[in-house]
Design a protein around this ligand. Structure first.
Ligand SMILES: Cc1cc2nc3c(=O)[nH]c(=O)nc-3n(C[C@H](O)[C@H](O)[C@H](O)COP(=O)(O)O)c2cc1C
Length: 326
């Protein structure tokens, strides 16, 4: 354990720095649907509805999961700098104020917090096919434990359940393809050149990868070069929880961030698969996969990266757009 080295900085600066660090978090279509407000000794996380994908995500499920990943990044930044964060989720009940953070004193910095904080800059969505090597089962257990510690669960899928996920995803893809509003939204957010929001061509595969579970079809002509491997050695998990409501989704997002950063630390790649959860028919199939024991938040593909290189980074909004200090 290391001592806290950051005790002299003014509290609002520490909180703003944590919020800036949290802008590296993953979000649906890279919509970054969060707004951080620093108000004296409080850091507040708001849902930014102007960046909600209203056709794809009318209920705000994926928006709230995305905000949860940002919340976990901010918490992790504070822990990695030696601060105990007190987090109040939905302090005003329902609404767009998702969480309020206060510093509750200095704590020793654990090696785990420090390492996870360091992984933030190396975490990217990896849409390339994975290597033909199975993911070690103790690594999968570590991901499940990371999700569990954040109040959600990861069900690791066996072969038949991967088939369920594949059919739920294919079904959702058909629904999306037939819906012009969703298609318009997809071209608004994905493909082409992008410097702040959305997915640029560089992170979209130039041709459909060979895989058991179909990848999402984005707009534009992707330029990400991919190998010929088939994803047959990938593992799949379903992140889920007890509640299909904003608090459950927020915790689900925190769990997604925790398991993803843990995966990066273990040298594994993650690709979220949210399309089947976005449509009611897909959610129904996945509810059955969970034996009705919970509500699906999102699926993940976990794999040993086939490429030596880090996946391409996706751009972000400048911090001045997402972090406001009063
Ligand atoms: C809630 C959520 C849903 C996502 N769904 C998908 C998906 O279905 N397919 C996909 O390729 N990426 C998906 N992503 C990954 C985002 O596209 C990615 O996080 C974003 O573009 C930022 O890129 P980065 O993760 O490389 O920083 C999802 C991410 C989140 C947080």
């Amino acid at each position: 354990m290391a001592a806290n080295t950051n005790t002299d900085a003014p509290v609002p600066d520490i909180l703003a720095h944590a919020a800036e660090t949290a802008s590296a978090a993953p979000s649906i279509h890279n919509s970054q649907p969060w707004r951080w407000e620093v108000d004296g000794d409080r850091l507040e996380l708001y849902a930014e509805r102007s960046r909600q994908l209203t056709a794809t995500d009318p209920e705000g499920r994926m928006l709230t999961i995305s905000c949860g990943t940002s919340l976990h990044h901010a918490r992790l930044a504070l822990a990695g700098w030696g601060w105990q964060a007190e987090v109040d989720r939905f302090p005003d009940g329902d609404g767009d104020l998702l969480a309020r953070i206060r510093l509750a004193g200095a704590i020793p910095i654990t090696a785990e917090a420090e390492q996870l904080l360091r992984t933030i800059g190396h975490r990217h969505t990896d849409r390339r096919p994975v290597a033909n090597r199975p993911v070690p089962s103790d690594a999968l257990q570590a991901l499940a434990a990371a999700a569990y510690a954040e109040g959600a669960r990861l069900q690791l899928l066996h072969v038949e359940q991967v088939d369920d996920l594949a059919s739920a995803t294919a079904h959702a893809a058909e629904i999306d393809a037939a819906d012009p509003t969703i298609q318009n939204e997809l071209s608004e957010w994905t493909g082409g050149e992008r410097s702040q929001l959305g997915l640029p061509d560089e992170v979209i595969p130039s041709r459909p990868p060979q895989t058991n579970v179909p990848s999402r079809e984005f707009s534009g002509s992707g330029s990400l070069q991919i190998g010929d491997n088939h994803d047959k050695s990938a593992s799949y998990g379903l992140l889920y929880g007890d509640e299909d409501n904003p608090l459950g989704w927020l915790r689900g997002g925190e769990a997604l961030s925790a398991l993803w950063l843990t995966a990066v630390r273990l040298g594994l790649g993650i690709m979220p698969i949210s399309e089947p959860v976005e449509v009611p028919a897909g959610r129904q199939i996945l509810r059955r996969t969970l034996s009705y024991l919970g509500w699906p938040y999102l699926a993940v593909r976990v794999g040993v990266p086939a490429d030596e290189t880090e996946p391409e980074a996706t751009p972000r909004l400048p911090a001045s757009e997402t972090v406001h200090k009063h």
